[in-house]
Design a protein. Structure first.
Length: 157
């Protein structure tokens, strides 16, 4: 089964919160994914704990009588343990879950992994022109015209 790596900017939600928040990778500046140059999206890992969200808040917390959430990640589960990044963390996957001291074990999950596919010239060359014409009649008539390059990184178990 194919699973996407979680990267900087991934959207997370809490089972007890009312709003999403975005993961911020603060633990390293070395390993990237999701672009041809490998310089835009830091890979998230099990070392991304503590106050590692953009707002550190999932809105109102039902565990705190709907008081404002103060999100703190204490650990991650369901990570990819076959790869260790240079700082010692393991890769987070789109089905990884996090624990919060208020919400409990695995109360935080990844809603969107943060990677975004870019159509490359190679994708356009391989695309079936008949299908493309049906899906996008006003689309590019010259598949070579696209110059975008990009990748989405996945792990296959």
């Amino acid at each position: 089964m194919e699973k996407h790596l979680v990267v900087h900017g991934a959207t997370c939600v809490c089972n007890f919160g009312t709003a999403p928040d975005n993961l911020v990778v603060l633990t390293h500046k070395k390993e990237y994914a999701n672009d041809k140059d490998g310089a835009k999206k830091l890979i998230a890992s099990t070392k991304d704990i503590g106050s590692t969200l953009q707002k550190n808040c999932f809105g109102s917390c039902s565990k705190k009588n709907n008081s404002p959430c103060t999100a703190v990640i204490t650990e991650w589960s369901a990570f990819y343990d076959k790869v260790t990044l240079t700082h010692g963390g393991n890769l987070l996957l789109e089905d990884s879950k996090a624990t919060c001291p208020v919400g409990g074990k695995d109360c935080i999950r990844v809603l969107k992994h943060g990677q975004q596919a870019d159509v490359s010239a190679q994708n356009m060359k391989k695309a079936d022109s008949n299908v493309q014409q049906v899906l996008n009649p006003a689309g590019v008539s010259n598949p070579q015209a696209s110059t975008g390059e990009g990748i989405v990184v996945t792990i296959t178990n």
